[in-house]
Ligand binder design. Structure first.
Ligand SMILES: Nc1ncnc2c1ncn2[C@@H]1O[C@H](COP(=O)(O)OP(=O)(O)OP(=O)(O)O)[C@@H](O)[C@H]1O
Ligand SMILES: [Mg+2]
Length: 256
């Protein structure tokens, strides 16, 4: 059974069919890429999966359960976490607190544990901070723990965002253009980090415009154009697919 399955998902905005009968199947443990030109419908697919939009037609199945149209909160609780195309952090909070907010999202604490500090509260908080430390180490953020997130350079903010997403302990991590705005060095680090996350047992679904990164890291790719899947396959097949070259790479040349 696939971890995530989209079955003929269609999302329409007014007259615009942003996602058009899209079917994809993502196996547990893989790094799956969605690529396509600007406006192809990639982010809209993510918004449908995470419950931001309800598709007009089709089904989204996660771990065998139909999650179509559930609230973002319920979907997140089931084990799907995302990062956004534009960074969304608590700028005034420290790096560590930002990552901790991912822990609190899935905490088993009840609200009164924060007022009447029960033994469970202290134990749970301690475990949470140990986890936060683990994620800061993984992303090389430990030395920045007390700094405010908003004062960090772009590449670091991307890492904080990913660490926070990972702190929710998702089964499926969805990354919308994680390499956007990164320099070459940061991009190489990102490749490493994504592979480490996958090795922790997390399945990864990502949108990315940077072709080097996509071809280097993903095991399977679907290509969207005008909301439709025009190709799918292994990176090496996608790279040489004339339909893809025309739709996607062709357009990129135009843009340059
Ligand atoms: N909330 C919305 N209301 C109306 N139209 C929308 C909405 N969100 C997206 N669209 C439209 O749907 C289409 C797909 O947009 P989407 O953001 O999914 O593309 P994308 O593939 O993520 O593009 P990019 O690579 O630029 O991020 C676009 O034509 C966009 O203008
Ligand atoms: Mg997008």
């Amino acid at each position: 059974m696939a971890l995530l399955e989209l079955d003929n998902v269609t999302k329409i905005f007014g007259g615009l069919v942003a996602v058009d009968s899209l079917s994809i199947s993502i196996e547990k443990g893989m790094i799956y890429g969605i690529i396509g030109p600007n406006g192809a419908g990639k982010t809209t697919v993510f918004n449908c999966i995470t419950g931001v939009y309800k598709p007009e037609r089709g089904k989204i199945i996660f771990k065998g359960k139909d999650i179509t149209g559930l609230s973002p909160h319920r979907i997140a609780n089931m084990g799907i976490t995302r990062t956004f195309q534009t960074i969304r952090l608590f700028n005034e909070m420290s790096v560590a607190e930002n990552i901790m907010s991912g822990r609190h999202f899935k905490s088993r604490q009840k609200w009164w544990h924060g007022i009447i500090h029960t033994p469970f509260y202290y134990k749970d908080e301690k475990e949470n901070w140990l986890k936060v430390k683990e994620y800061m180490d993984l992303f090389g953020l430990t030395h920045l723990a007390k700094m405010t997130a908003g004062s960090q350079p772009y590449g670091i903010q991307r890492k904080i965002e990913m660490a926070r997403a990972l702190a929710t302990e998702p089964e499926l991590l969805i990354l919308d253009e994680p390499a956007a705005g990164l320099n070459d060095k940061e991009r190489l680090e990102l490749v490493d980090t994504i592979k480490k996350i996958r090795d922790m047992g997390v399945t990864i679904l990502l949108i990315e415009h940077n072709m080097d990164l996509v071809m280097n890291i993903t095991e399977y790719i679907s290509v969207l154009n005008f909301g439709k899947k025009i190709a799918e396959g292994k990176p090496e097949d996608i790279q040489n697919n004339p339909v893809v070259i025309e739709a996607y790479l062709g357009k990129e040349e135009e843009d340059e």
